[in-house]
Design a protein around this ligand. Structure first.
Ligand SMILES: [Fe+2]
Length: 140
């Protein structure tokens, strides 16, 4: 029987996994860092980067998760967290408390962030709009 509490050593090098489409958002690419496999689904860690210019953004949503942090490593993104417009720049770290309603509506062409969430199969739930959203910044 598989012990779901067991974890295993993991080393994932940059050449081991590519940024790929098919994640939660079609305007982003995702690079898996092997943590979901190493922790039997207790935690996921992936790099997320911009792939297409912002248009409609993520829409208002919340996540059903125990833990979620976003570490912006390149560029910037603008979020609404509830009714608060929030610029997140490279070097900034966000703890997204479970259930917080948010909307990622703008990001730079070079945006890249590390996201760590538990559990790996966390859920995303669309919610009713909280407030109006500013227009995204065109890519030129
Ligand atoms: Fe989100």
């Amino acid at each position: 029987m598989l012990d779901k509490t067991a974890t295993r050593f993991s080393l994932v090098r940059p050449e081991d996994t590519d940024f790929e489409p098919g994640g939660l958002r079609d305007f982003f690419l995702y690079r898996d860092l092997g943590i979901a496999h190493a922790t039997n689904g207790q935690v996921i860690a992936h790099l997320v980067k911009a792939n297409k210019a912002p248009e409609k953004g993520t829409g208002w949503h919340r996540h059903e998760a125990d833990f979620q942090i976003v570490i912006m490593t390149k560029g910037w993104a603008r979020f609404m967290y509830e009714d608060q417009e929030t610029l997140v720049k490279a070097g900034d770290v966000i703890h997204q408390r479970p259930g917080i309603r948010h909307y990622l509506f703008d990001y730079s062409p070079d945006m890249e962030y590390l996201e760590i969430v538990s559990p790996a199969d966390f859920k995303t739930v669309d919610v009713a709009p909280v407030c109006d959203i500013p227009a995204p910044t065109p890519w030129n």
